[in-house]
Design a protein around this ligand. Structure first.
Ligand code: G
Ligand code: G
Ligand code: NA
Length: 254
C-alpha cells in the first residue's frame, strides 16, 4: 500500500471523514466541546489509523490540503449543530507543518466565513512540541489566529517538558490538554497524581481550562474531579463517533 499516493486521492474520492469525541465538564457532565478526529477508509485496505497516515501526510506536505478540508468540514458540522441548538466549542488539531504555513490564518478565516461559525466556537489544538520547534514562528502565527478570535489549546501537555508559564508568555493559551500518559497512572501512582495536580493548578492560575485526555475509567474521572480538573475526554465518556451518531441517542456518558 502506497499511503502517500492513496492520500493524494482520498479527499476527492470522499474517503476522509471526521469523527467527534466529546469533552465533558466534570462538575456536571455538561458538554464542553467536541474534538474532531480524522478517519480514512481506503477502498481496498479499509480503515487506516491517523497514527499511520498523519506522519506521512506531514512529511509529504499533504497535511496542508487535508488540514484545510478538516477545518472546513469541522466548522460546517459545528455550525450545523449550533443551528440545531447544540452550543459548544469544536476542537481541531493542527500539525506542525500547518503551523508553519503562511496561509493558515486565511484558511481558518475562510472556514469560519464559509460556515458562519463564530470564531469563539473554534479551538485550535497545537502540540507543545510543535510550538517549541520554533517558538518565534509559532508566536507570529498564533497571534494572527487569536486576532481572528479563535481559541488555542496546547495538546499532549506534559510530555515536552516546557514550562507552562513560558508557554503562556509566548502565546495566549485558553486550554491545556493533559496528556493521557499522566491520566493513565493517576489512580495508582503517586507521581502521576502529583504531576496532574500541578498542571491543573498552574492551568487555573493562568486563567486557562484544563482538559484531561484519555480518561477510561470512573475512578480516573473521580480523581480528576477531586483535583478540580474542569473537563475530561476519553472512552469512559464516549469513543469518537461519526457525526450522525453524536446527538442521536444518549451516547455520551456524564
Ligand atoms: O483518534 P486517533 O487515536 O486515531 O488519532 C491519532 C493521532 O492523530 C492523534 O495524535 C491525533 O491528535 C491525530 N489526529 C487526528 N485527527 C487529526 C487531524 O485532523 N489533524 C492532525 N494534524 N492530527 C490529527
Ligand atoms: O486530538 P486529541 O488530543 O483530541 O486526540 C485524542 C486522541 O486520543 C485521539 O487519537 C483519540 O482517538 C484518542 N483517545 C481518546 N480517548 C481515548 C481513551 O480513552 N483511550 C485511548 N487509548 N485513546 C483515546
Ligand atoms: Na490533539
Amino acid at each position: 500500500l502506497d499511503i502517500e499516493a492513496g492520500l493524494r486521492e482520498a479527499i476527492a474520492a470522499g474517503q476522509l471523514e471526521l469523527h467527534y469525541q466529546p469533552e465533558v465538564r466534570l462538575a456536571d457532565g455538561a458538554l464542553y466541546g467536541m474534538a474532531a478526529l480524522l478517519r480514512w477508509t481506503h477502498p481496498v485496505h479499509g480503515a487506516i489509523s491517523p497514527a499511520t497516515f498523519i506522519p506521512i501526510a506531514e512529511q509529504s506536505g499533504l497535511i496542508v490540503p487535508i488540514g484545510e478540508w478538516v477545518l472546513k468540514t469541522a466548522c460546517r458540522q459545528a455550525a450545523d449543530w449550533r443551528a440545531r441548538g447544540h452550543d459548544f466549542v469544536i476542537a481541531v488539531n493542527l500539525s506542525p507543518l500547518q503551523l508553519s504555513s503562511p496561509s493558515l490564518a486565511r484558511v481558518v478565516d475562510d472556514a469560519l466565513r464559509d460556515s458562519g461559525l463564530p470564531a469563539s466556537a473554534l479551538c485550535l489544538e497545537i502540540t507543545e512540541s510543535a510550538i517549541m520547534e520554533d517558538p518565534e514562528a509559532a508566536r507570529r502565527v498564533l497571534r494572527a489566529l487569536t486576532a481572528l478570535g479563535v481559541r488555542l489549546a496546547i495538546d499532549d501537555f506534559g510530555v515536552g517538558y516546557s514550562s507552562l508559564s513560558k508557554l503562556k508568555h509566548l502565546l495566549p493559551v485558553d486550554v491545556i490538554k493533559i496528556d493521557k500518559s499522566f491520566v493513565d497512572g493517576i489512580t495508582d501512582g503517586a507521581d502521576d497524581h502529583a504531576i496532574v495536580a500541578a498542571i491543573v493548578s498552574l492551568t487555573h492560575e493562568l486563567g486557562a481550562t484544563a482538559v484531561a485526555e484519555g480518561v477510561e475509567t470512573a475512578e480516573q474521572a473521580a480523581a480528576l474531579r477531586a483535583l478540580d480538573c474542569h473537563v475530561a475526554q476519553g472512552y469512559h465518556f464516549s469513543r469518537p463517533l461519526p457525526a450522525y451518531r453524536c446527538f442521536s441517542q444518549s451516547e455520551i456518558r456524564s
